[in-house]
Design a binder for this molecule. Sequence first.
Ligand code: ZN
Length: 388
Amino acid sequence: MSASNIETICTVCNHHHLNLPDTITCNRCNAALKPVDGYLVNPVKDLDIHASSNSGVWKYRDLYPGFIENSPVQITLGEQTTPILELTKWGGKIQLPGLITKLESVQPTGSFKDRGAAVMLSWINHYGHNYVIEDSSGNAGASLAAYAARASIKTTIFAPQSTSNAKADQIRSYGANLVEVKGGRKTAADAALQQVLSSQSHYASHALHPLFVSGMASFLLELHMQLGEMPDHLICPVGNGSLILGSYAAANMLINTGRSAQPMPRLHCIQSKACAPIVTAYKSRSTLPATVNPRDSIATGLSVSSPKRGPEVLAAIYGSQGVAISVKEDEIMKASSEISSMEGVYLEPSASVAFAGLKHLAKNGVISKNDLTVIVSSGHGLKSFGYR
Ligand SMILES: [Zn+2]
């Protein structure tokens, strides 16, 4: 890695880029890029990765590519270590009485995306970009818009028309220009890239920017610190899959540097049946996401029919002995009501997808009651207020 930028390699054709391009995709084949040295760097054994006086995502800033060399200013909204909570009652109902959730819903904008957005936006701000463009179904757009507002960076978000009113209002409230696009996520992504190519702007795509994944890796580093050990299972709702990717990178680092003598946690992927390119691929043990035609779903945050990092996500699932399953709309609604009424944890449907999936994993024996199981509460219920 150079002292000034991030060296990347294409995840498909292996083309090497000395500097992360503005379009943040491979300039030969347009695929996603990953840092040459990994999503986490400098993980020397004698560095106490939990010792920093920083909180939340910033506790691990020295591990993000380019951060030690460049010392970018932290664009922060006061991120904290998110709480872990035992779900004794609901866990008991599904025969997992020791079940733990990590409440990412209390992040500054109400979703786990703040980890990636904080790190990515700090890097973009360091490089002097003053106009960013992103495509999102809501949470990532809201997160980017908030951090960009904090850094006085102009923002345009392209979102499908299915984006919830609450998320659209949140994005606009931060001063971002929200462009609602007829069609799905892919149409929004295409429109965003066209705008990047025709304007003096930077593509701040949460699906593609490598530092977004680096920020998401802080989730498992923080969880490991809180538990004092590695979980046996981690249950994630998956759209683009940045949480699974970040967690895989973090777990590999903890194991490879001897910080954990435990095996890799099994990283399980849950999607809605309405849009399940990863689950469909998993069923045939494919290494590439399946081509799917997404249907309408209340889990709008997971309606990603062509996940840009799909091959990496599948590799993380296979590499961790995880499984991938999909759930029906009524199962999502039921799990959402149960978690809220039994545990007081109010989640948006895209987050409840993971809980609906966990019921299947417990029932079919993938997870047993003595396993240390953690499920992510990825987004706050207020994000989808009014969908019932
Ligand atoms: Zn390439």
